[in-house]
Design a protein around this ligand. Structure first.
Ligand code: TTP
Ligand code: MG
Length: 368
């Protein structure tokens, strides 16, 4: 059938994203949670908790709860629902090792169907299906993968298919949950143009708002500008956004770059600028990060980054890169560098208004 034929020269890339991942895994692991609204994240502590929501399942999303929302607001929304005799939300802590196991198992399933699979995050995978002969065959393979994951893990996922990683990732969000969405080469423009510019990776809240103020809301508005014009308004990001807006993306599916960094962060129960308290919290985080590094297959890292979020949510980071990468025998150096990165946040160098800190984080990058 002509309708399903395709140019073999073009790539076919799929993007698979698990639905409400952490919450779905919790639902399967504890049968009594099945069908209930679930939020995975920090301890809500009767509404006084200070962390954020990692994810909410679709039942809890109906209450307006979403990823990255303060857990205290999620708690309030749950209490409001309860008052209206709706089901109360079950709040659960994050259990990375549990989700990691499921993630690994999903990766194995996908690998049965494609010999080039890239894990992009704990619940996202790109895989190459360019070997297929027709769009019908592509959809068949994706249906099989979805079916096998459903049988094995008892949870659903959504798959987007397109001529490159960029388009497939955006497509995966279109029919969520439990959907498949295919964008053919010739349809890329019609697919992208009506979408919000925020759908493009690289356009975050700030750039989004900046462009909205200029009347640029849809991807279709963005493609009216030349490369030079975009570079002028967006700086060095402009060129990549010029291509993304046209659905152009040549980046390869790379099997091995799962972990780019190892990091942890903690929200304090009280905003503080108490040096001993902050340093000991940072010491605990750095011990834990270094332990993960020791257990990992990496031998060195080249960059350390510290994040501090102040009481008003202003967030600053400070990084140091090393010519001589740090290895597993170098914990003392790591600790010293962390201390050096921390100190400016405690005085006027990086904290001129002496704002109390609510969150601190440590991350190591350039892992080899
Ligand atoms: P997502 O795929 O963004 O979200 P999701 O799988 O929960 O829901 P969806 O059906 O919309 O895909 O993220 C995957 C997991 O990563 C998510 O289950 C929890 C975690 N996560 C956080 O911890 N913080 C966040 O801000 C986000 C967005 C996700
Ligand atoms: Mg997901």
């Amino acid at each position: 059938m002509i309708e399903f034929s395709r140019h073999k020269m073009n790539r076919i890339i799929a993007h698979l994203d698990m639905d409400a991942f952490f919450a779905s895994v919790e639902e399967v692991t504890t049968p009594s949670f099945k069908g209930k609204p679930i939020v995975v994240g920090s301890d809500p502590n009767d509404g006084k908790g200070r962390g954020v929501v990692s994810t909410a399942n679709y039942k809890a999303r109906v209450y307006g709860i979403e990823s990255a929302m303060p857990i205290s607001i999620a708690w309030r929304l749950s209490q409001e629902a309860k008052k209206q005799s709706k089901e109360e939300v079950i709040f659960l802590p994050v259990d990375f090792s549990l989700y990691g196991k499921v993630s690994k198992s999903v990766l194995q399933t996908i690998k049965k169907y494609s010999n080039n699979v890239e894990q992009a995050s704990i619940d996202e995978f790109y895989f190459d299906l360019s070997f297929t002969s027709s769009f019908r065959a592509v959809e068949d393979v994706c249906q099989k993968i979805k079916q096998e994951i459903k049988e094995k893990e008892k949870i659903t996922c959504s798959i987007g298919i397109g001529p490159n990683k960029l388009v497939s990732k955006i497509a995966a969000g279109i029919k969520k949950p439990d959907g498949i969405f295919l964008v053919r080469d010739l349809d890329v423009k019609n697919f992208l143009n009506p979408l919000s510019i925020r759908e493009l990776p690289g356009i975050g809240p700030k750039t989004g708002e900046f462009l909205n103020k200029k009347g640029i809301n849809k991807i279709g508005d963005l493609i009216k500008f030349s490369k030079e014009e975009l570079k002028e308004v967006l700086g060095k990001n402009g060129e990549s956004i010029y291509y993304k807006a046209r659905g152009i993306d040549d980046s390869p599916v790379l099997e091995y770059h799962q972990v780019k960094s190892i990091g942890e962060q903690t929200t304090f129960s009280k905003n503080t600028l108490e040096p001993i308290f902050i340093h000991s919290a940072l010491k605990r985080l750095s011990d834990s990060v270094f332990k993960s590094f020791e257990r990992s297959a990496f031998t060195t890292f080249g960059t350390i980054t510290i994040t501090a979020r102040f009481f008003d949510f202003e967030t600053k980071t400070s990084s140091k890169s090393f010519k001589m990468a740090i290895d597993k025998s170098n914990k003392k150096k790591f600790e010293l560098e962390i201390l050096k990165l921390l100190l400016p946040f405690l005085d006027k160098r990086s904290n001129p208004k002496r704002k109390p800190i609510r969150l601190i984080g440590v991350r190591i990058e350039k892992l080899i």
